[in-house]
Design a binder for this molecule. Structure first.
Ligand SMILES: N[C@@H](CCC(=O)N[C@@H](CS)C(=O)NCC(=O)O)C(=O)O
Length: 202
């Protein structure tokens, strides 16, 4: 096994979290390097695209969260070997990125503008994405997003649902997943109940 260091912010969520959970869950030895904003300011320009997460693999620094998720998923047995199942896994992870990117545009907005922008996202793209993701889950039998087993897609979705349900996003109702996509909400509850995930968030 290569020497792995996953560098991300010291938060329980975000783009670095699925790989962090997967590595912990699988018992693979890695350094869980968490940086605060001051450390990030010093580190930023040394990262490939001036963004986190980054994964150092025997000293080679690789970025882009979903690329990291695929690699970590392969190491952890949480990324499908079958090409079509892998495609399904990628589709879900990229859809989650689309949603995260929409909210990211609102972070630095003045409050009035933020309220309008987030309400528009909730009523428009978020609703569409949650319902489409729910349909995808249902098509695969309702339990997991691909191959009838846990994969990085499930962990990526867990992190999104936890973020949306946290109430941290002003003007986004914390019950938005439960009220828009009940199957997705049930999936989220099942993911939270996995012993490794429960221990991670304890
Ligand atoms: N496409 C990149 C986006 C990375 C990204 O935007 N990371 C955010 C945190 S989730 C970041 O580094 N923000 C701090 C900054 O831009 O200074 C990925 O998927 O990893």
């Amino acid at each position: 096994m290569p020497q792995l260091t996953l560098t991300y912010f010291d938060i329980k969520g975000g783009r670095g979290e699925p790989a962090r959970i997967a590595l912990k869950m699988s018992g693979i030895t890695f350094e869980d390097k968490r940086v605060n904003m001051q450390q990030w300011a010093e580190l930023k320009t040394s990262t490939p695209f001036h963004a986190l997460p980054v994964l150092s693999i025997d000293g080679e620094v690789i970025s882009q969260s979903n690329a990291i998720n695929r690699y970590v998923g392969k190491l952890c047995g949480l990324y499908p070997k079958d090409a079509l199942q892998a495609l399904r896994c990628d589709e879900i992870m990229d859809a989650v990125e689309d949603i995260s990117a929409k909210f990211a545009t609102t972070y630095n907005m003045p409050d009035v503008e933020k309220k309008a922008a987030r309400e528009k996202i909730v009523a428009g793209p978020l609703k569409l994405y949650l319902q489409a993701l729910e349909n995808k889950l249902q098509l695969q039998g309702g339990e997991f997003f691909c191959a009838n087993e846990l994969s990085m897609a499930d962990l990526k979705m867990l992190v999104l649902c936890r973020y949306l349900a946290s109430g941290i996003l002003d003007y986004v109702p914390a019950d938005v997943v439960a009220s828009t996509a009940p199957l997705l909400h049930a999936h989220y509850q099942r993911m939270l109940a996995l012993p490794a995930v429960a221990a991670h968030y304890a």
